[in-house]
Design a protein around this ligand. Sequence first.
Ligand code: XMP
Length: 331
Amino acid sequence: SWTMESFVDKEIERIRSIVGPEDHVIGAVSGGVDSTVAARLMHEAIGNRFHAVLVDNGVMRLNECANVKKMLGDKMGINIKVADAADLFLGRLKGVTDPEQKRKIIGNTFIHVFEDEAALIEKELKETNATGAIKYLLQGTLYPDVIESISFKGPSATIKTHHNVGGLLEDMKLKLIEPLRELFKDEVRALGKILGLDDELVWRHPFPGPGIAIRVLGEVTREQVEIARLADNIYIEEIKKNGYYRQISQAYAALLPVKAVGVMGDKRTYEQVIALRAVETKDFMTADIFASAEWFLCLKRISSRIINEVKGVNRVVYDISSKPPATIEWE
Ligand code: XMP
């Protein structure tokens, strides 16, 4: 729409009027729509003075880091660094089973890694004799996030833990810059299209900050993450191939911490269970399960693919709980 097109020009102008010609901006990217649109806009406005940081927390989806780096770095020409912190995150998650504890650890570790990365970039800037310094922190906050953080003080406060890079704002005296703070999700998608992002990205399902760590129920280990990752990859691949991706608001595979008995050839197996979730929702506050006769047949094929292809899994179940009382995530 032409209103979103004028938004692009106005916002780029606004960014340029705020960020001085020597100033640099840093921002975390995740591969999701919001942070990518924000990054693309910032790059359009100030080019290489924008520094994107992708934190590899060890619980991202299959090939996600490499794909994000390719998309933002190679395709869009954005200055992007990947902070490989998988070992650090997984080390700190060792032995932890409580969902809120997992969220806290991931949120706090994220802040530390991001701050270290910011300090490194600042150091490099000084060494290359650049006159500028990092002055701003870019965040892809949307209007509903703004409202939510004002009106709620419940579990949703922890939902935003990983966005709370308060230390950076104080220690490095960075100022916050939020180009999407007046937009709703559908407007961000429209903006993404205008900025030339692929449909695949523009229509991407949301993905939680704590990632696969809250989809591996119980203790998070590298091996468990790998199983969940492979199952999820097959699930999403089939959803896309069969044309369901746009109809479903969010879908993922979770790995349950229980074992079930099965049979393979003439052998008894005793392996883990994958739970598939697919929901339809407008606002993610309430959600219905995605269901139809054809979808059920598709699930049947997906189930046999997962059991055949993912080692350690011999059973797949479909989650038929609506929200409320269940949440979209299991943890
Ligand atoms: P629930 O499970 O609360 O999820 O029904 C609602 C939406 O929020 C996402 N979600 C999170 N997003 N950090 C995030 O950034 C989190 O800790 C978190 N927990 C849930 C979830 O994927 C769904 O889209």
